[in-house]
Design a protein around this ligand. Sequence first.
Ligand SMILES: [Zn+2]
Length: 65
Amino acid sequence: MATRRVCRECHRVLDSPDQQTCPACGSSSLTEDWAGYVVISHPETSEIASEMQVTEPGRYALKVR
Ligand SMILES: [Zn+2]
């Protein structure tokens, strides 16, 4: 599995390695140096989501360097 890129701003895991910007926040600050993986399907009821200030369902990295 190819390393996926993660947005440094909102920690979103990008779907495609071809993407140059984050589809969620539009940032082009991406990194392949990240760890942990969480799927948030119901951000409004998720403690992790509120801690990470996530408002949209999706896949997110827990740690981004
Ligand atoms: Zn983002």
